[in-house]
Design a protein around this ligand. Sequence first.
Ligand code: URA
Length: 265
Amino acid sequence: MSFVDGTAAPDAIAVDAMAAAQAWLLDMEAFGIDLLPRRVAGESAAVAAAAPSTQQRAPVQPTAPSTQRTATTASAVERSAALQCVAAEAAACSACGLATGRTQVVPGQGAATARLMFVGEAPGAEEDRTGLAFVGEAGQLLTRMIQAMGLQREDVFIANVLKCRPPENREPAVDEAQACRGFLLRQLAIVDPDVIVALGAHAARNLLQLTGPLGAMRGKVHTLGRAQVVATYHPSYLLRSPDMKRAAWQDLKFALSLLPARDGA
Ligand code: URA
């Protein structure tokens, strides 16, 4: 396909890629991450890149931490098999009323040996349709948050407090969270992450069995078993309140700092 002047028109995939790249750049800016050296007036790009001005903040370049422990293949396979058992049990679950309204159960997905785990609230419409956690708009923001940490989604494990979508995306009810808690606890025990990021007040309260506002839980290291837990804003909230992305980025850097250094480093 080409424009009338003969230049090639970007195809749909390229347009999608450009839109994704633009969203990513906008998020990085909102997180307060400088990706490109800022040009000082009159300075060449090469000089600016080689010698950052003292006026500019040092770009945050998170070194990729080790997110998967050195497991034998068998151990990783065993964990995957155990996670599949949990997913199969969740798929057959009718312990609460959400079972009747779901299209699919959304158990969560990712690396069975992940050192970093994200826990959200409950599946939304897109998750209910696909059976995958965090794939809608909030999920795409979560992907960019993970990438800003120097990681990929495949490096981490992503799950929710609830495995079924509440109608109209309402908050999980106490009995629903209680009925689903066993699945999440088993996933945590199987993956055995070093660090858990609780996305939003609901996940933080459920994981830590605390009450109170998210603000009181942020900026601290909590523990759940041997895992360290950090609470931050839910990506859906960040979509509505982009000004809070900078604070969320501080939480994510805090979580990164708790991960053990890369093996052998
Ligand atoms: N919000 C969540 O908490 N979880 C998802 O999987 C999607 C949106």
